[in-house]
Design a protein around this ligand. Structure first.
Ligand SMILES: *Cc1c(COP(=O)(O)O)cnc(C)c1O
Length: 375
């Protein structure tokens, strides 16, 4: 009854591919091509084909993909970037790391994503880019945001770290903006055996710049003369071993995300009509990847409900307890102007255990515990 039920169990998915992954890793070890081996270029090509973009650049992490993506799009000191006030800290951190200033905008309470209605009021002559996040795996309002960016001459970098496997209209999340940042952190929809990330873009010059930046600013191409360090970059390569692991897992991504959607629909059924709980809203324009299944609960009961579930061994998570503008790094306790929805979300959200192979019985147990805790 009180057996621990984790947020996420990677072992079931791993068991299905273990032999194939071990074989791929053994192949890399045998060749010794640990840095920029052939699996990296092959994985980049396979991801570009999956997303339907012309260029993918494999990087060390999703955070690096945001940082190098901003740099490759020409964002730097003195620039402002529009960021939703409710996201993982890396979204805003990347803007600060390139020397620009994140300008926080409120979210749509139904999707938890950047509210286009709030963007226009925060534009200034310093605004260079929009950085929408497809939070929990649901697409931000890209049609409105792309129209707005075109009208004001801004770049759009998608934070698609949680969105792989989702789509918006006919296109995959991560293929809609001028560039997109993906993450292969182990818990993400396509997870490596460590850190990993990628920049996806249809713009050859953005991809080329990103390739240079990931290798100390060196011009890409054949080794030897002419490969000078053109600019200050960094070391942000994806390990060949990670690329080999991800290549094995990529063909299974569609199935894994479909299984996430099935599990989410099962939660919907189990929890429908639960007093006090607001279930995830589905934006009809977006196919949700369900990186997280996130409920809203009454703000004054959320922590109590979470503690009650934990007492029964059920792990849940609050993503995110502090909106970005209230993080100590961004001024601490100060409330931002017009960020009420981000603040309300941080007090009311609760993400439930979810992974592709989660047993229906585990979901029923979560639902029962929620019913009791909210009764
Ligand atoms: C995970 C995540 C990142 C950062 O990705 P890493 O690979 O962990 O660096 C950025 N933004 C969001 C929304 C994320 O969930």
């Amino acid at each position: 009854m009180n057996a621990p039920l984790p947020m996420l169990d990677l072992s079931a998915g791993l068991a299905q591919h273990r032999l194939e992954i071990e074989r791929a890793m053994a192949r890399v070890i045998a060749t010794g091509a640990f840095i920029q081996g052939p699996d990296v270029a092959a994985f980049e090509a396979e991801m570009a084909s999956y997303l339907g973009v012309s260029h993918c650049v494999a990087l060390h992490s999703g955070t690096d993909a945001l940082v190098l993506g901003l740099r490759a799009l020409g964002v730097g000191p003195g620039d402002e970037v529009i960021v939703p006030a409710f996201s993982f800290c890396a979204t805003a951190e990347a803007v600060s790391v390139v020397g620009a200033t994140p300008v926080f905008v409120d979210i749509d309470p139904r999707t938890f994503n950047l509210d286009p209605a709030g963007v226009e009021a925060r534009l200034s002559r310093h605004t260079r880019a929009l950085l929408p996040v497809h939070l929990f795996g649901q697409g931000a309002a890209m049609d409105t945001l792309l129209e707005l960016s075109a009208r004001h001459g801004l770049c759009v970098l998608e934070d698609a770290a949680q969105a792989l496997g989702g789509s918006y209209g006919p296109r995959r999340l991560g293929s809609l903006g001028h560039a997109a940042a993906l993450s292969f952190f182990p818990s993400k929809n396509l997870g490596a055996f460590g850190d990993g990330g990628m920049l996806a873009t249809n713009q050859p010059e953005v991809a080329e710049l990103c390739r240079e930046l990931r290798e100390h600013g060196r011009k890409s191409g054949a080794p030897g003369r002419g490969r000078e360090h053109e600019r200050i970059g960094c070391n942000s390569r994806l390990d060949t071993l990670q690329a080999a692991v991800l290549r094995v897992k990529l063909p299974w991504l569609e199935g894994a995300v479909a299984a996430r959607r099935t599990a989410a629909a099962r939660y919907d059924g189990l929890l429908s009509g639960l007093p006090g709980a607001t279930l995830p809203w589905r934006d009809p324009r977006s196919l949700h990847s369900f990186h997280q299944y996130t409920l809203r609960l009454p703000a004054d009961r959320r922590d109590h409900v979470q503690a009650r579930l934990l007492a029964q061994g059920i792990q849940t998570r609050v993503y995110y307890a502090t909106p970005l503008h209230r993080l100590p790094a961004y001024g601490g306790g100060r409330s931002g102007p017009g960020l009420a929805q981000a603040e309300a979300a941080s007090r009311s959200v609760l993400s439930l255990p979810l992974w592709p192979e989660i047993p229906a019985s585990a979901q029923a147990r979560v639902a029962d515990a929620l019913r009791q805790a909210l009764a």
